[in-house]
Design a protein around this ligand. Structure first.
Ligand code: NAP
Length: 290
């Protein structure tokens, strides 16, 4: 099976490397030469465009930023649809709105390309270790064909439902992780302002019902003052924006998500957009005094 990968950033680069390490024939394309370089050095073939990737592959993955980028990669000039051979499966693993995934999927189907939406959870650590959780929407037969490749990138890939269903699951994930990051930042800020060591608080709480991977992993990075991304605050803002737009469309009340979306808006407005979302702690501290 010939595999293509488009978008080689924080997540895409290690995911593509894991496919390559699995012995698959891999062709990659990224906008910037420096993004492509580590994959070429590891033995992947380089292409000049997304269309060229599609022309030589049976399955093409993309891991870019937002819906506009997926649209461009899939359907734009020099995009996947332009080069696709019959029977191509296109798997977008970026986090975008469910409605956007459905619309891109329908337009690709008109051109003979089957699309799966397959966003992930697990962050850069999971991308490097091949331990991502993959939430998939789309055709069951296409899912079965791509499963061996998902197995290179993730510990679990679940077919949730039809087109867009993977993105619905991912939006649920972003509600839980976004609200979780804000909750941990609030708890640590509360401890600090009370004159208590937040590290000791974390240590104690990890043994109780408040345990979470967010408290463990993101909490430790907050304590280390390690705000290097990871997951950029502007990306989490993008994801909470998806959640709030869907809430508006569906007439849903999501009060915790709304507050979390405001937090990420303020982070981006304060110039923290390129820092990891755990820098939320800094924002809360700066609003709470020494
Ligand atoms: P990133 O480091 O900014 O990488 C995004 C990559 O996409 C960049 O390398 C960029 O190419 C490429 N790209 C963006 N727009 C493009 C376009 N129009 N055409 C071609 N290439 C384009 O971001 P990331 O952290 O890997 O995130 C990627 C996706 O995964 C996002 O949807 C994000 O929400 C999701 N995600 C991220 C994490 C995380 O922890 N980071 C976790 C789960 C899900 P250049 O290199 O040429 O600029």
């Amino acid at each position: 099976m010939k595999v293509g990968f488009i978008g080689l950033g924080i997540m895409g680069r290690p995911m593509a490397l894991n496919i390559l390490k699995g012995g698959f024939d891999l062709t990659v394309w990224a906008r910037r030469a420096e993004s492509m370089a580590p994959l070429l050095e590891a033995g992947a073939r380089g292409a000049a465009s997304a269309a060229e990737v599609a022309a030589g592959c049976d399955v093409v993955f993309s891991m870019v930023a937002d819906a506009a980028d997926v649209e461009q990669v899939a359907l734009g000039a020099g995009g996947v649809a332009e080069g696709a051979r019959a029977g191509l499966i296109y798997v977008d693993m970026s986090t975008i709105a469910p409605a956007a995934a459905q619309s891109i999927s329908a337009r690709l189907l008109d051109k003979g390309v089957t699309m799966l939406d397959a966003p992930v959870s697990g962050g850069e650590v999971g991308a490097i270790s091949g331990g991502l959780t993959i939430m998939v929407g789309g055709d069951a037969a296409a899912f079965a064909k791509v499963e061996p490749l998902f197995a290179r990138m993730g510990k679990a890939a679940t077919l949730i439902g039809g087109p867009g269903a993977g993105q619905v699951a991912k939006a649920c994930n972003q509600i839980l992780t976004g609200v979780g990051v804000l909750a941990v930042a609030e708890a640590f800020n509360f401890a600090r302002k009370s004159g208590v060591d937040a590290g000791k608080v974390r240590e104690a709480l990890l043994g109780g019902f408040a345990y979470s991977r967010i408290l463990e992993n993101h909490g430790q990075r907050m304590l280390d003052r390690n705000f290097k991304p990871g997951f950029k605050a502007w990306m989490h803002q993008k994801d909470m924006n998806i959640v709030m737009q869907e809430a508006h469309r569906l007439g849903l009340m999501l009060p915790s998500s709304a507050a979390t979306a405001q937090l990420f808006n303020a982070m981006v407005g304060s110039g923290m957009g390129e820092e990891d979302s755990v820098a939320a702690l800094k924002l809360l501290e700066s609003l709470s005094g020494e």
